[in-house]
Design a binder for this molecule. Structure first.
Ligand code: FAD
Length: 187
């Protein structure tokens, strides 16, 4: 199995120690990891990335999804993934009565990083838009900007290893249920 990752590391949004652990865990599982070369074409017999080609019968594309065409319908400029660049209150620029939330919207956090396309962000942005609408109906038009609260990241590697980053604690290793060993590292 060959994993081709366009970025310089796997799980780039995790802390460097967890990213390196994941790379090692994948290699111990027998996965060949190729970093830093984006896939440029796929056909029935293989994959081209960087200046290399691998012959393969089974190719799994896992490099992201495209947003729904809502930006096109609304006539607003989408970002690279087709998402609507919303205002801080989750409304559409120039269309204050239209709100876009979840995976179809893109908005930056105070540090400039985009809000991640995950389930919790979708729920929080939906709740925020609902509160803005409720406040407006009550005559309050001074909506606070959306602030995403990130609870943490978990990724499993194969069947038995995982990396966990809750911000205040990072874990890596494997946990077995039922009979015994829990060789998981905390750092
Ligand atoms: C493979 C995969 C794994 C993921 N794993 C995780 C995870 O482990 N943890 C996590 O937090 N997030 C995960 N996510 C991300 C998470 O699923 C999304 O961020 C979240 O579901 C976004 O919610 P949403 O309501 O914006 O969109 P969605 O949940 O995608 O809901 C949109 C709905 O609209 C429907 N729809 C689309 N177009 C139309 C149309 N034209 N008319 C009518 N209906 C339409 C779709 O069928 C879908 O049911 C994963 C995503 C993928 C693709």
């Amino acid at each position: 199995m060959v994993l081709i990752e366009g970025g310089q590391k796997v799980l780039a949004n995790f802390k460097p120690e967890l990213s390196e652990y994941t790379l090692g865990a994948l290699r111990r599982l027998g996965v060949e990891v190729e970093l830093g070369a984006a896939v440029t074409s796929i056909d029935a017999d293989g994959v081209v990335y960087g200046d290399k080609r691998i012959e393969a019968n089974t190719i799994i594309w896992a490099a992201g999804v495209q947003a729904s065409p809502a930006a096109k319908w609304l006539g607003v400029e989408p970002d690279r993934a087709g998402r609507v660049k919303v205002e801080p209150d989750m409304s559409v620029p120039g269309l204050p009565d239209v709100f876009v939330v979840g995976d179809t919207a893109t908005i930056a956090m105070p540090d400039g990083k985009p809000v991640p396309g995950v389930g919790d962000a979708a729920k929080q942005s939906g709740r925020h838009a609902a509160n803005v609408i409720k406040a407006r109906l009550a005559g309050d038009s001074g909506a606070k900007p959306f602030r995403y609260k990130h609870a943490g990241d978990i990724a499993t590697i194969g069947k038995r290893a995982a990396v966990i980053d809750f911000g205040w604690i990072q874990l890596k290793g494997w946990i077995t249920g039922g009979h015994g060993d829990w060789p998981i590292s905390i750092f």
